[in-house]
Design a protein around this ligand. Structure first.
Ligand code: GTQ
Length: 363
């Protein structure tokens, strides 16, 4: 963690160098070398080596009340079968047309209507689902089905077969989080449709929970460091833990009580590219400022409050989704006890040794 510098002074080692001047002679030279696919580094050095990150995404809030009807309207427009995945992409206003909520992560709201199924496929992109509304739809991952309810965090590791279905009587909505932009940057995306709608079920429902989340592991199990073996992290268990920890204290001055979802076999993140978190802010919580290099997408499970980020105030309540851009000072306030899920690219930052975080005064 970095120490805050209360005086705002630059460290000793830090010096601002002038940008080289433009002259007609230099400009002519740039044009001449440009024809040979060459460019002068000194003209772009300040841009590609900025003193600190400037977030490409902006702070934004999607109020569920505002978009819920639009999501439901999609059900009349197109079936899940035809759409394959009936999803409204949550596009960051600063990155419209780029299919992403933050610079490095995609988010969307997926709707599966009663009786519908979404066909099985697999892709190099890893996916998380966070259940926003409804109960009784399922996802099956590599032959294991899990029933989902509000607040559950469900994992679809890279290259795992998955299909969805909703045998319940009510529409089911969840937030998808995928690492499309990361896989796109590295240009290593692959995709396959399964030859049938549903991948065969080979395990009992929630088998992975018995196998890997009871504080035990099968003897001889060899952990997969990149992907959690668990399909579902049920909300009921997360909520219970947060409740106990909130009562026991201490409460983090920036985050309230914030927990990280783990691969139970390694203690690492559930996925290599997407970190997931759940936090509780006690009623009346007024958080201290914080910033980190990872941009995050939040989904409000319970309660209401606001997050102040840069010059924006995002007033959120149950089921709303909002983005906190990277390296941007922000703090949370809770009008009532609130529980918030979030996901970010933090595992990538940490793996590459790039992660930084900073706490404001008094935190
Ligand atoms: O459910 O497999 O939001 O493949 C985007 C791409 C969801 C999915 C998305 C997908 C899926």
């Amino acid at each position: 963690m970095m120490a805050g510098r209360p005086d705002g002074a630059l460290p000793e080692s830090f010096q601002m160098r002038e940008q080289p001047k433009k002259t007609p002679e230099r400009e002519a030279y740039y044009r001449r070398i440009g024809e040979h696919n060459l460019a002068p580094l000194w003209e772009v050095l300040k841009t590609i080596q900025a003193e600190e990150p400037h977030p490409p995404e902006t702070a934004v809030l999607w109020r569920y009340d505002d978009i819920h009807q639009m999501l439901m309207d999609a059900a009349h427009l197109i079936s899940t079968q035809e759409a394959n995945r009936r999803v409204l992409i949550l596009e960051n206003p600063a990155l419209r047309g780029q299919t992403r909520a933050t610079h490095s992560l995609y988010a969307g709201l997926q709707l599966v209507m009663p009786g519908e199924t979404a066909p099985s496929h697999r892709h190099s992109q890893a996916a998380i689902r966070f259940i926003v509304e409804g109960e009784g739809a399922y996802t099956s991952v590599n032959g294991e089905r899990t029933n989902m309810r509000e607040g559950d965090f469900v994992v679809t590791p890279a290259w795992s077969w998955h299909d969805h279905g909703n045998p319940s009587q009510k529409p089911m909505v969840w937030m998808d989080g995928l690492d499309f932009p990361i896989v796109g940057l590295l240009n290593c995306g692959f995709f396959e449709d399964y030859r049938e709608d549903a991948f065969p079920l080979t395990r009992p429902e929630n088998d992975s929970q018995a196998r890997y989340s009871a504080g035990m592991l099968p003897v001889g199990y060899r952990e997969q460091p990149l992907n959690t073996p668990l399909v579902n992290y049920p909300y009921a268990r997360a909520r219970e833990a947060l409740k106990q920890l909130e009562a026991a204290g201490p409460i983090d001055p920036c985050h309230g009580v914030k927990m990280r979802y783990v691969n139970p076999a390694t203690g690492g993140y559930a996925l290599a590219t997407i970190g997931t978190f759940m936090q509780v802010l006690p009623a009346g919580f007024s958080g201290r400022p914080y910033r980190s290099t990872d941009a995050a997408v939040y989904s409000v499970v319970e309660g209401s409050g606001r997050t102040l980020v840069a010059d924006r105030s995002l007033e959120w309540s149950k089921r709303d989704v909002f983005v906190v851009p990277s390296w941007s000072w922000h703090y949370h306030e809770a009008f009532e006890e609130s529980v918030i899920f979030s996901f970010s690219d933090r595992p990538v930052h940490e793996t590459l040794g790039l992660f930084r975080e900073q706490r404001g005064e008094g935190a």
